[in-house]
Design a protein around this ligand. Structure first.
Ligand SMILES: Cc1cc2nc3c(=O)[nH]c(=O)nc-3n(C[C@H](O)[C@H](O)[C@H](O)COP(=O)(O)OP(=O)(O)OC[C@H]3O[C@@H](n4cnc5c(N)ncnc54)[C@H](O)[C@@H]3O)c2cc1C
Length: 489
C-alpha cells in the first residue's frame, strides 16, 4: 500500500485525498489551519455564520458526479435548492433580475433588444456543445502534453469550440444592448480574466449560469466542505489539522517525507493542494523547483479580493441573495486589476445576502451580508484602505437599496490580500489562482507533475483545470487518477 501525503484540505486536496483513499492508498492530509475547506471555510460570530470565500454554487452536475463516483448522492450530505431569481444586477439606471425559468429569460432579453431571444437560444446551444465537450472531455485531462487533446470528438468540434477568439467579441457579435453584454460577460469574473482575454470557449460558463442555474446548499457553502470531509473519512482518509508542512525532504530527486514542525512523516508520494508557488518556493530548495520566479511573475493572476463580512440587525430591503453592483464601468476597473494594478477608483462589487434564503446563517430578523470587491493581487493592503472602501460601498448600497445599513452593523470583519497570504500562503495574496487566459489554459498551465522531483504532484486552482469549486473537485480527481496508474496500492 502506498503512503500518500496530501498538503492542504481545500476542495482540491479533499477531492484528491478521497479518490486516492478509494483507490486503496493510505492517505493523510496535512492542513495548516484548524478546519478543512481552505478558501471555503466558514466562521460564526454573534449568531451569524459567514462563508469566507465561495458563495455561487454553479454546475450542480459536477457535484452530483463527484459524490456519485463513490456511490453517494449530493442529498446524502446537504440539501440543495435552486435560486429564482438567480441574481440581481444593479446597473447605473435600474436593476435587472435574472430569472431561473427559460421563457422568462428569453422575455427579459427580448424586452431589452428585439430579436435577442432567438440569438440567445442559439448562443446557449453553442455554449451547451462547448460545456459537454469541455466538461466531459477537456478538463479531465492531466494536460501534460498537447497530444492528449487530439481525439476525434475534439478535432471534429475544434472550430465550434472557439478556442482562439475572445468571448468578448463572440458576445459583441451577437448582442448590442450594453446590459445584455454585461449579463453575458459577467462569468468572466469567475475565470479571473476579462472578456477580451478569455477564450470564447468559456461561453460554456453562460450555459452553466443561464441554463444549469444558481443553487445554494442550505447552511451555506461550508456544507459542501463538511460533506466532502465526511466522505473522505468514510473512504479512510486521515486528517492532521494545525499541521503546516514546513519542508519536503528530497533525497536526490525523490521525496522521502514531509516535515511538519520537527516531525518527519514518510511518504511514497506527495500531492500538494497548497498554493503551487508556496510549495515550490517555501517547501523545496531552489534546485528542485519546476518554475523560476520570472515564470511566476509573468503569469496573469486572477484577482484578489477585498471582502467584508457584515452582520446587520435588521432585514435589508432591495437585495436578493446574490447582487452584482455593475453601476460603474467594468473596463476602468479591469484596467486597475490587470494593466495598471492599483486600488480601484470606482470598483464594481458583489454583495451576497444568504440570509435571504437561509434562516440558519443569521439570527431571526437580521441579515448576513458578504461583500466582495475584486482587486489586483500584490497591492499594499492596510486597515485605512479597507475602512475607506467600506464607506464607498455602503454609500452605494444605501443609495440603491434606499436603506440605512451602516447604523445597523452589529458585526464587521474584513479579509484581503494580507489575510490570503497569512491564511493560505497565497502567491501575491491571490484569491482565485491563475486567470484562464488562452496562454494559461490546459497544458500551458503549471503542470500537475513536478519537472524535478519524481514523486511530487500538484492539484488546485493554480494548476489544471483552473479556479473555482467545480474545477477544484475535477483537479483532485485528475491527479489521483494519474498517480494511481504509477503507484501500487
Ligand atoms: C473570496 C472568494 C470567492 C470565491 N467565490 C467562488 C464562487 O462563488 N464559486 C466558485 O465556484 N468558486 C469561487 N471561488 C474560487 C474557489 O473558492 C477556489 O478556486 C477553490 O476553493 C480553491 O480550492 P483549492 O483546494 O485549490 O485551494 P485552497 O482552498 O486555498 O486550499 C489550499 C489549502 O492548503 C492549505 N495550505 C497552504 N499551505 C500549506 C502548508 N504549508 N501546509 C499545510 N497546508 C497548507 C491552506 O490552508 C488551504 O486549506 C472563490 C474564491 C474566493 C477566495
Amino acid at each position: 500500500m502506498s503512503k500518500v501525503a496530501v498538503i492542504g484540505s481545500g476542495f482540491a486536496g479533499l477531492s484528491t485525498a478521497t479518490f486516492l483513499a478509494h483507490q486503496g492508498h493510505e492517505v493523510t492530509v496535512f492542513e495548516k489551519n484548524s478546519t478543512a475547506g481552505g478558501r471555503a471555510r466558514s466562521f460564526s460570530e454573534n449568531g451569524f455564520t459567514f462563508d469566507m470565500g465561495p458563495s455561487w454554487y454553479w454546475m450542480p452536475d459536477i457535484f452530483e458526479r463527484y459524490f456519485g463516483l463513490f456511490g453517494k448522492k449530493v442529498e446524502d450530505y446537504y440539501n440543495l435548492i435552486r435560486l429564482d431569481p438567480s441574481y440581481r444586477i444593479f446597473f447605473p439606471d435600474d436593476e435587472v433580475d435574472i430569472p431561473a425559468g427559460k421563457q422568462e429569460l428569453y422575455d427579459l432579453f427580448e424586452s431589452l433588444e428585439a430579436g435577442s431571444a432567438k440569438k440567445l437560444e442559439k448562443f446557449l446551444k453553442e455554449a451547451e456543445f462547448k460545456y459537454n465537450i469541455g466538461i466531459n472531455n477537456l478538463v479531465h485531462k492531466p494536460s501534460l502534453s498537447p497530444f492528449e487533446f487530439i481525439n476525434s470528438e475534439v478535432i471534429s468540434g475544434v472550430f465550434r469550440m472557439q478556442v482562439f477568439s475572445s468571448i468578448g467579441s463572440h458576445i459583441h457579435k451577437n448582442f448590442k444592448h450594453p446590459k445584455l453584454r454585461s449579463i453575458l460577460e459577467f462569468p468572466c469574473l469567475f475565470l479571473g480574466g476579462t472578456p477580451e482575454n478569455t477564450p470564447a470557449l468559456y461561453s460554456l460558463m453562460n450555459y452553466a449560469d443561464l441554463h444549469l442555474g444558481t443553487w445554494y446548499p442550505m447552511g451555506g457553502m461550508v456544507k459542501i466542505v463538511e460533506g466532502m470531509e465526511k466522505l473522505a473519512v468514510e473512504q479512510g482518509v486521515s486528517f492532521k489539522f494545525d499541521s503546516p508542512v514546513k519542508e519536503l525532504v528530497v533525497d536526490k530527486d525523490e521525496i522521502s517525507g514531509v516535515r511538519i514542525n520537527k516531525e518527519l512523516e514518510e511518504a511514497d508520494f506527495v500531492v500538494s493542494g497548497a498554493d503551487y508557488h508556496h510549495t515550490e518556493t517555501q517547501l523545496l530548495d531552489s534546485s528542485h523547483r519546476s518554475y523560476s520566479e520570472k515564470f511566476w511573475n509573468r503569469q496573469v493572476m486572477a484577482p484578489s479580493a477585498l471582502i467584508y463580512y457584515l452582520g446587520i440587525d435588521k432585514k435589508v430591503d432591495g437585495l436578493l441573495h446574490h447582487n452584482l453592483f455593475f453601476d460603474e464601468d467594468f473596463k476602468d476597473h479591469a484596467k486597475e486589476l490587470y494593466d495598471n494594478p492599483r486600488w480601484p477608483s470606482k470598483p464594481l462589487f458583489y454583495a451576497c445576502a444568504p440570509s435571504k434564503t437561509d434562516p440558519h446563517v443569521a439570527p431571526e430578523g437580521k441579515e448576513n451580508i458578504f461583500i466582495l470587491v475584486p482587486v489586483a493581487p500584490g497591492l499594499k493592503d492596510s486597515k485605512e484602505i479597507r475602512d475607506k472602501y467600506l464607506e464607498v460601498i455602503l454609500d452605494r448600497m444605501e443609495n440603491r437599496t434606499s436603506s440605512n445599513i451602516r447604523d445597523h452593523i452589529v458585526y464587521k470583519k474584513s479579509f484581503s490580500i494580507n489575510d490570503f497570504k497569512s491564511e493560505y500562503n497565497s502567491f501575491k495574496g491571490n484569491a482565485y489562482g491563475l486567470a484562464n487566459t488562452l496562454r494559461q489554459t490546459a497544458f500551458l498551465k503549471p503542470r500537475i507533475k513536478s519537472k524535478k522531483v519524481k514523486n511530487l504532484y500538484y492539484t488546485g486552482q493554480l494548476t489544471v483545470p483552473g479556479p473555482g469549486v467545480p474545477p477544484a473537485l475535477i483537479s483532485g480527481e485528475v491527479v489521483a487518477n494519474y498517480v494511481n496508474k504509477i503507484y501500487d496500492v
